[in-house]
Design a protein around this ligand. Structure first.
Ligand code: FAD
Ligand code: NAG
Ligand code: NAG
Ligand code: NAG
Length: 536
């Protein structure tokens, strides 16, 4: 038999999501080339002072604990703190690239200008800024979900004499020394920017229309999200199907409880209530926001009605305040215009999305399981369109394992009508939520999505911990490990623990044991500290 020619795959963008896609496709035998506009990999985790390039600020620490923030077969170095710095994440990404020897497959400083499909042979043509076009059998888009900054429309912005910027251009807090700064938007970024400004700006206020659930990074010595175990996600999935209202209430209540346990009662003057439902919005993960509000280092103010001229701003309450700078922490939107229109998954938005108050003019990508193009599922896929509260790197790893398995023919997609039905149901769900207010357009139901991914990537998790003879056998032989998978930290290593179609990782078991031990020790330490504090 003749050896079939290896399929050529292009991965566009080498942030965290592009890197892991290259690795998983190589593992399935594809000939992969990754293209990156910048001269470095890692995307936004590489700090840059260039105001046109998105990056974290130097003081950023991650908001997801390192156990669930890592890729599935490459843990953070032993000794890394549960919530590490952005610099450590950047180093981690570089170490990942070295470990799997990905560099030879990268083309850095290469910007992709457009992607189109040849009508005759179905191959994809990539055009670049400064080099001749190239052709590929398949393409993975990993240009990141934060392509276009979203600026709010503010009346009178042109008569404001202070500085008005989007958080994308916020790089160094020192440049706001002695200034009165108003931050628009109470989210993860707004609260991070406020905290970075403390000690530099003379007056810091956060202006916001709605409240937020605020969660600490650590609770009782361990990551606050550690309550979202595998069992919790599965349970929530069942409840979601059977009793959706109850499930949301339970979810709301769990989040609230974490907030109250961590911070005690919050001052109503901060207007953190009513918060957006945790089904549709990110909780604000911050250890400093509440403390900053309490100490009045940061003030909570009403929404902005208009700029009146000079440095003056009128709030919705009618009060007029003065500011030297306004920083809009109002998020980003995705953009798929790199692709020719026919293959842009957001090119024909449905009226129900367009008219929902929560859509906010953002694109809605219609993709099977938020990964595969409906127009070319066997040759076009997208990274970064799957969201729920967990580590982004782990999700990207799982999503790209699915792509690699499907494209290599080891797993298959359902018939087109089934895929269409999934896409329609998902869109309807998001549009219904968007009637209530801002949503994350790429939010998927965690439990159902993970079940599909588990089967598609061939990870064997449900087979081994579910109600099957294999599940029963695993429980019988490995009760301790079974318990760790169900109730322990929801670590990325699960997905490489069991034998399956995707590559298995020998270190997974040891990593799960190590993390569980670490969590137990931290919990015990915190318990002893609490007892000591009480006694003193
Ligand atoms: C400020 C901020 C903080 C965050 N903090 C966390 C956190 O603590 N924990 C967490 O889990 N998630 C966090 N996230 C979420 C984040 O989405 C993920 O962590 C992840 O890093 C995103 O990776 P990415 O590869 O999709 O995007 P990016 O890192 O944006 O990478 C995309 C890459 O594509 C390149 N590119 C774009 N267009 C082209 C083109 N046409 N040609 C060639 N290359 C191109 C870009 O140069 C870039 O390098 C944060 C996001 C932001 C904005
Ligand atoms: C800080 O700014 C707020 C409005 O943004 C204002 O109400 C407050 O009085 C200011 N505080 C000081 C000390 O100037
Ligand atoms: C969950 O909380 C949000 C915001 O506080 C609220 O709008 C929503 O109705 C709550 N859902 C349920 C089912 O209680
Ligand atoms: C962490 O912060 C980023 C950026 O604000 C956000 O996209 C992501 O969803 C957050 N993660 C969680 C678990 O809140």
């Amino acid at each position: 038999m003749e050896e079939p020619q290896r399929q050529r795959v292009a991965v566009v963008g080498l942030g965290a999501m592009g890197i892991v896609a290259v690795k998983n496709l190589l593992e399935e035998g594809f000939d992969v080339v990754g293209f990156e506009r910048s001269s470095y990999v890692g995307g936004l985790w590489h700090f840059t002072e260039d105001e046109d390039t998105l990056s974290i600020i130097e003081s950023t620490t991650v908001n997801v604990s390192t156990d669930r923030a890592s890729f599935t077969d490459f843990p953070f170095p032993v000794g890394t703190s549960t919530f590490c710095t952005a610099k450590e994440v950047e180093n981690y990404l570089e170490a990942y690239v070295e470990h799997f020897d990905l560099r030879p497959h990268f083309c850095l400083s290469t910007s992709v200008r457009s992607i189109s499909r040849e009508r005759n042979d179905g191959r994809w043509r990539l055009e670049f800024e400064r080099r001749p076009s190239e052709w590929f059998d398949k393409v993975v888009i990993a240009t990141g979900p934060h392509i276009r900054p979203m600026m709010p429309v503010l009346e009178g912005a042109d008569v404001f004499t202070g500085r008005l910027i989007h958080s994308k251009g916020f790089k160094k807090p020192e440049t706001f020394a002695g200034q009165r700064v108003v931050i628009i938007g109470l989210g993860n970024t707004g609260s991070d920017v406020a905290d970075a400004l403390v000690g530099h700006a003379s007056n810091i206020s956060i202006s916001h229309h709605h409240g937020a659930i605020v969660m600490p990074r650590l609770l009782d010595g361990v990551s606050a999200t550690s309550r979202l175990s595998y069992r919790f996600i599965k349970l929530q999935g069942i409840l979601n199907r059977l009793l959706p209202k109850f499930a949301e209430r339970l979810y709301n209540k769990t989040a609230r409880q974490i907030m109250t346990d961590a911070f005690g009662v919050v001052d109503p003057a901060w207007r953190l209530d009513p918060a957006l439902s945790v089904l549709v919005a990110n909780p604000v993960i911050s250890d400093t926001l509440i403390a900053n509000l309490l100490s009045k280092a940061v003030l909570s103010i009403e929404g902005i009605r208009k700029f009146v001229g000079g440095r003056q701003i009128e709030l919705t309450s009618g009060e007029v305040i003065e500011a030297d700078a306004v920083i809009c922490c109002t998020g980003y939107k995705n953009d798929f215009s790199l692709l020719e229109k026919e293959y842009d998954p957001s090119s024909t938005p449905s009226p129900s999305w367009l008219h929902a108050p929560g859509s906010k003019n953002r694109p809605y990508p219609r993709l099977y399981q938020n990964i595969f193009s409906m127009d070319a599922p066997d040759s076009l896929a997208f990274m970064g369109c799957v969201w729920f509260v967990t580590g982004a790197f782990c999700l990207a790893d799982i999503a790209s394992m699915c792509i690699a398995q499907v494209w290599s023919g080891k797993a298959s997609l359902p018939p087109r009508s089934t895929m269409q039905h999934w896409v329609d149901t998902q869109e309807k769900r998001i549009c219904t939520l968007a009637q209530r207010g801002a949503v994350i357009p790429t939010a998927v139901p965690p439990s159902a999505w993970l079940s599909w991914a588990d089967r598609t990537a061939g990870m064997g998790v449900e087979e081994h911990v579910g109600w099957s003879w294999k599940g029963w056998l695993f429980w019988w032989r490995e009760r301790k490990l079974w318990k760790m998978v169900m109730d322990g930290p929801f670590t990325s290593a699960f997905w490489r623990l069991f034998p399956g179609r995707r590559k298995h990782w020998d270190g997974a078991r040891a990593e799960i044991l190590r993390l569980n031990k670490e969590v137990e020790e931290s919990r015990e330490k915190a318990r002893l500290l609490a007892i000591k504090a009480k006694a003193a």
